[in-house]
Design a protein around this ligand. Structure first.
Ligand code: AMP
Ligand code: ZN
Ligand code: FE
Ligand code: FE
Length: 273
């Protein structure tokens, strides 16, 4: 069976593998295709496409954005985007500026407590990387303040923890529209991450479907067979295509690329929509 992974992060955002390294890793994992889905940036796409062409791996240009739903950031994957689309670039410039504002607040709060962090230390050598809380988490680990990334979130960075600072998210409708304007297909990422009770999850899925979502990430590294089956039935109820991916972040998270098994035919169906 040809297998794929439609959810991969690189050093363009909070992954630790460069786009080319992610492609090499996908070949080692014997995958037939990956989608590069960095948070709020298409910057890793050209390098991944080039490496994919050189190594014989299909690379889908993608992105993952956070849209505002009742004050929460809901993750939307956009597949087959044109990375140069003007409206997308414009919106992402705003997102990155808003992240920077938030990141400076986090830095200031840590420094006020004697944690000698500087924003410039977080980008892993690429000043264009989109910086998020996972970068802060890695820094806290490497400087002895936390034992691992999860511990850093639990003690410092999660909502209700001392260094959590809110950032504004893209208005939901606008996020969906901009992905579609860029030729992308919007897909709801990891629907069970938000821990909504069933009724509220249904309301969210209805809202996203009405706003233009065409798919749902039913296969995901953190979901067991029962959860995947439940999500598949939800997707069927709402007429959404089934997608899947690992949410690979390299060394930043204990998640391997290509887990769970996602058959190539799901990508084929997504293309045909
Ligand atoms: P940000 O968008 O910068 O506020 O950071 C949010 C990101 O942090 C999400 O994309 C999650 O993948 C990641 N995240 C949230 N909680 C955890 C956790 N406990 N461990 C690792 N990553 C996390
Ligand atoms: Zn991430
Ligand atoms: Fe996500
Ligand atoms: Fe992700």
């Amino acid at each position: 069976m040809k297998r794929i992974d439609l959810h991969v992060h690189t050093t363009a955002s909070d992954g630790t593998f460069s786009p080319a390294e992610a492609v090499v890793h996908a070949k080692l994992r014997r995958l037939s295709a990956i989608a590069v889905t960095d948070h709020d940036t298409p910057a890793g796409i050209p390098e991944a496409l080039e490496a994919g062409a050189a190594m014989g791996l299909e690379v889908i240009p993608g992105i993952e954005v956070s849209v505002d739903y009742r004050g929460k950031g809901i993750h939307i994957l956009g597949y087959f985007i044109d990375p140069s689309a003007a409206s997308l670039r414009h919106l992402l410039n705003w997102v990155v500026a808003e992240r920077r504002r938030r990141n400076e607040e986090i830095c200031a709060a840590m420094r006020a407590d004697g944690i000698a962090i500087r924003l410039e230390e977080l980008d892993g050598g690429d000043p264009e990387s989109v910086i998020g809380r996972p970068h802060f988490a890695s820094w806290l680990v490497s400087h002895g303040w936390a034992s691992d990334v999860n511990d850093a979130f639990r003690r410092f960075l999660n909502r209700d923890q001392r260094y959590y600072r809110r950032r504004s998210y893209i208005p939901l409708r606008q996020g969906m529209d901009v992905i579609r304007d860029a030729g992308g297909k919007p897909v709801m990422a990891h629907p069970l991450q938000y821990r909504y009770p069933e009724e509220e999850l249904l309301t969210l899925v209805r809202t996203l479907t009405d706003a233009g979502a065409v798919g749902m990430e039913c296969l995901y590294s953190q979901y067991d067979a029962e959860q995947s089956a439940y999500l598949r039935s939800l997707a069927a109820d709402f007429g959404l295509a089934v997608t899947g991916g690992s949410d690979f972040h390299g060394a930043r998270k204990p998640i391997e690329m290509g887990i769970p098994d996602v058959p190539y035919e799901l990508l084929q169906k997504l293309k045909e929509l």
